[in-house]
Design a protein around this ligand. Structure first.
Ligand code: GLN
Length: 417
């Protein structure tokens, strides 16, 4: 059999082809001339399966979609605290090329608007980094995220830099406020090269699937970003990725996303998927018109809204009293909520028998859920109850109860009999 997912993705594109509203980006000559009919979509799961449709092999310049990934690089290079000194994390509610500086500090409101992204580019590598090393840094990181060697489209760069007065003015303002140290022209030139990196929708879906997967590239298995950095980047995308349309987008579509003026759109759902779409005609906010509609359909059809309550029961917590044991059972992927429920059941127990925690059908524990479960066992033992852990798959790995002691295993118990 053939998986129906690519057929479904093709069907989504076909249903939206007739929408020819909007126009290619007019302020960058090379982008203004793009073929407006190109249309592509790619979805990569956090486990690394990619499904694509339409012109998925066509390369286009990444433009503002570079911003969240360059932000990741800056945090890794300089530390989050240093980056936050120069760029905020608040929604600007304004267009992508507005200055949008915070009162008092003059920090750009977030790294997704141009002012914030230009500042972020200037932070790359180190305080004394050369202009070339900042560009190589993003090119290399993006290549690791995509899992292939990416390159810069010098024609797009040359075209944009000739008309970059607005971004140059922005950089000069930022420098006058002491927000960027480096030469304004050098920073804008590097930022414009960063925007001219060529990608396909598949590259975008892999880059964002790496975020969805907590920083591990799902195909190469390389850890490209730390979990904390991936979380920070996805959060900022949710807050400000769609500029002045961010609130409308998050409520209606619910997929943290970032658009680019070449027509690309990238979206991410933590633990699930990375999505890349491409269609060069833009709406009034400068976001790709049809790519936005593709995301709307995926969100509705596949239940991909970030805040859609998941209907399937992810974990099961249960307790029953048997002749010699009180058995607590956990099942599924155990997170904070299930662990809290387990602790409530343990706290309510009035039995004096031995305790058996059965986690033979648990796939995973988050680290906090793991600590909570072990603390529950420790406290039951302090109440003078024997505690036994049935963990044949060793999902708890090293079940130290926090005081250097371990629960008994069912096998130990068997030997005693
Ligand atoms: N390079 C473009 C600019 O700075 C990126 C803008 C965008 O994609 N929204 O104007």
């Amino acid at each position: 059999m053939k998986t129906p997912i690519p057929d479904y993705l093709n069907e989504v594109l076909d249903s939206l082809r007739a929408d020819t509203s909007g126009n290619t980006a007019q302020y960058i000559p090379e982008l203004a001339q793009a073929n407006p009919d190109l249309f592509a979509l790619s979805v990569t799961t956090a486990t690394g399966s990619t499904y694509s449709a339409g012109d998925h092999l066509t390369e286009f310049s990444i433009q503002s979609i570079s911003k969240p990934f360059a932000y990741a690089a800056a945090i890794m290079d300089r530390g989050l605290e240093r980056v936050l000194q120069s760029v905020g994390v608040e929604a600007s509610g304004e267009a992508f090329n507005e200055l949008s500086l915070e009162d008092g500090t003059h920090r750009p409101k977030n790294p997704m608007i141009n002012a914030g992204a230009i500042t972020t580019h200037g932070l790359l590598v180190s305080q004394t980094a050369s202009a070339e090393s900042r560009v190589s840094r993003v090119l290399e990181l993006f290549s690791h995220l995509a899992g292939r060697e990416l390159r810069i489209d010098e024609k797009v760069y040359a075209s944009e830099i000739q008309t970059a007065d607005h971004n140059l003015a922005t950089a000069h303002m930022l420098r006058s406020y002491g927000i960027i140290d480096a030469d304004a022209h050098e920073v804008v030139s590097g930022y414009t090269r960063q925007c001219s990196i060529l990608v396909t929708v598949e590259d975008l879906s892999l880059m964002s699937a790496t975020l969805a997967n907590g920083g591990i590239q799902p195909r190469t298995r390389e850890r490209v970003l730390t979990e904390d950095v991936a979380r920070q980047v996805m959060s900022v995308m949710a807050v400000a990725g769609m500029y002045d349309g961010a609130g409308d987008w998050l409520t209606r579509v619910g997929i943290p996303a970032k658009s680019g003026v070449a027509g690309g759109l990238v979206g991410v759902l933590p633990d699930q998927v990375g999505i890349g779409a491409f269609s060069p005609r833009l709406d009034a906010h400068g976001n790709s018109q049809r790519s936005g509609r593709v995301f709307e359909r995926l969100s509705t059809d596949m239940g991909l809204h970030l805040f859609a309550p998941s209907s399937g029961q992810l974990d099961v917590v249960d307790v029953r009293q048997e002749a010699t044991h009180e058995v607590f059972t956990l099942q599924g992927n155990v997170q904070f909520m299930a662990a809290a429920e387990l602790l409530d059941l343990m706290a309510a127990s009035t039995s004096r028998t031995a305790v058996l925690l059965d986690i033979s059908r648990v796939y995973s524990f988050t680290s906090v859920a793991r600590r909570m479960a072990l603390e529950g066992l420790r406290r039951l033992r302090l109440d003078s109850r024997r505690v036994i852990l049935n963990d044949p798959l060793q999902v708890l790995a090293n079940p130290d109860l926090g005081d250097g002691s371990y629960p008994e295993s069912p096998a130990d118990e068997h030997h005693e009999v």
